[in-house]
Design a binder for this molecule. Structure first.
Ligand code: HEC
Length: 135
């Protein structure tokens, strides 16, 4: 192996494994948002926001609505960024819902990254509609 390539490979390997790496915004805010999502939201909203319940419109055995998918198949994209931020901060209590609020648990950068990540999960045509409406 060429010496330069070898050194680059070592650097990539080392930085990729360093524990600090997780705390930094690396690729994009959406990439960071994915990390925040996987640490805080995935347990209810499912991998890539696909949801966990078979039908998010049907109440579960406890009479609660399950967490809806956030990936563009439900109505998350009908809400402005400010409304999404409100839900992240306050959860679903206002709607009689089950979602906990994250106002104290996440910082503003993390919340913004989450919104960017959720947006990144939507199909292109939904993103376009969203941009026309809210940007
Ligand atoms: C304990 C389960 C749970 C966790 C954890 C959770 N949610 Fe939710 N989420 C829900 C439920 C349930 C709803 C529907 C409203 C309700 O019942 O509170 C909801 C609703 C939402 C909505 C509104 C969706 C729409 O289509 O209107 C957004 C946005 C959202 N959650 C984002 C998040 C994000 C981002 C996180 C992580 C920071 C998160 N949620 C963590 C359960 C959860």
């Amino acid at each position: 192996m060429n010496k330069t390539i070898f050194i680059i490979a070592i650097i990539v390997f080392l930085t990729g494994c360093s524990p600090e790496e997780k705390e930094k915004i690396t690729d994009s805010t959406a990439g960071y948002g994915e990390e925040v999502f996987n640490n805080n939201c995935v347990s209810c909203h499912g991998s890539e926001g696909r949801g966990l319940a078979k039908n998010w419109k049907v109440k579960d055995e406890n009479g609660n609505f399950p967490a809806p998918p956030l990936n563009g198949t439900a109505h998350t994209w009908h809400h402005s960024p400010a409304q999404l931020l409100y839900t992240i901060n306050n959860g679903g209590a206002d709607m009689g819902g089950q979602m906990p609020g994250f106002s104290e648990r996440l910082n503003e950068e993390q919340k913004q990254a989450l919104i960017d990540y959720i947006y990144s999960l939507w199909p292109r045509e939904i993103q376009t509609k969203y941009d026309e409406r809210f940007k």
